[in-house]
Design a binder for this molecule. Structure first.
Ligand SMILES: [Zn+2]
Length: 343
């Protein structure tokens, strides 16, 4: 299996998260992707290639032009504004009956284009974000070119990002960009299966009224877990998209014995949909050893998960999403991809 990867993600570094009374390095840190690439090299899993470059038109198939402009310029505006702090980060959001008004303030813009405060910007963020999208788009090109499988080692991740909001460590929705690119290259139907621990709210919202993309997400119940305000079982799509979105909210403590039941149901739905290609949004944060989450999926289970998905026999692009055990993310990724290949 070919992996698409770039070192550019290392430019998106020095991100801070509030923990208790102090700021600490964000869980979404460069060593995540570095260790994924290292595990692929160390285990000689397959060739690693650099991403191709793609024009903004590809991004604008999913994201709004004003949002793209914001992502490109926010760091320069932050620096020019004299705002303090190593990270550009919002503190005021459009809620409580307020207007979605245009603003000249960079702090205002950060609030206007963010749905939470977990996705800060540093000097190198834009290049890393744009390269991450290029990685997913290159993966789609590989599938379009006839590869049965490919892996897009994206960082930053993408599944929380919507048409015009960043959040949840995500800025451009890499898996959605890949799915749209496959459709634009001739696929009639594409399925996106999101196995990240968190609901893929961005992916769901992007395709919610469409029937050419089946979106399915298995995740921790949003009643208990981020992103809290989307990801419930009764969200099944609207308009033409009715019945083309499926959510499996699962309780804390979910292990393979119950996870695989939901997964098999999801795979049955994908079979019935009969897509031309599958995009897997692979989060490794369902892992029992993940320091930030509450599922009990083991390293062996990741291979089982890959095998079950691989048995669909579909052209399959796997796109890297979350996963915060820096020590295990690489090993678990390779086990999952090994499963996909053998399935
Ligand atoms: Zn996640």
């Amino acid at each position: 299996m070919i992996t698409v990867y770039s070192e550019d993600h290392n430019l998106h570094t020095g991100l801070l998260d509030p923990r208790s009374d102090t700021w600490q390095e964000s869980a979404e840190c460069p060593d995540r992707a570095n260790n994924v690439a290292k595990a692929i090299r160390d285990q000689q899993f397959g060739e690693i290639i650099e991403p191709q470059q793609f024009a903004d038109e590809k991004i604008l198939r999913i994201h709004a032009a004003d949002y793209l402009q914001f992502l490109k310029t926010v760091w320069q505006e932050w620096e020019a504004s004299g705002e303090g702090g190593a990270n550009a980060r919002p503190d005021t959001f459009v809620g409580a009956g307020m207007r979605y008004a245009e603003t000249d303030s960079v702090v205002g813009k950060l609030g206007r284009y963010s749905f939470d405060s977990t996705s800060p910007f540093v000097a190198g963020s834009w290049q890393a974000i744009r390269t991450s999208a290029n990685i997913a788009l290159t993966g789609a090109e590989l599938i379009n070119g006839g590869e049965r499988t490919a892996f897009a080692a994206c960082r930053p991740p993408g599944h929380h990002a919507t048409t015009r909001y960043c959040g949840g460590y995500c800025y451009l929705n890499n898996n959605s960009l890949a799915a749209q690119s496959l459709l634009d290259s001739g696929a009639k139907k594409v399925a996106i299966l999101d196995v990240d621990y968190h609901h893929g709210n961005g992916t769901q919202s992007i395709f919610y009224e469409r029937n050419d993309v089946l979106t399915i997400s298995l995740h921790a119940d949003p009643k208990l877990e981020y992103p809290f305000f989307l990801g419930y079982a009764d969200e099944t799509g609207e308009g033409k998209g009715r019945d083309f979105n499926v959510n499996y909210p699962l309780p804390f403590g979910t292990d393979w014995s119950s996870y695989h039941v939901a997964l098999n149901d999801a795979l049955d739905r994908i079979r019935k949909f009969s897509p031309d290609a599958l995009v897997v949004a692979l989060g490794l944060d369902t892992f029992a050893g993940d320091p930030t989450t509450y599922f009990e999926i083991t390293t062996t289970d990741f291979q089982r998960m890959g095998e079950a998905i691989g048995k669909l026999g579909l052209p399959t692009l796997t796109v890297l999403e979350g996963g915060y055990s820096v020590e295990w993310i690489g090993k678990n990724t390779v086990r999952f991809l090994t499963g996909i290949e053998s399935g």
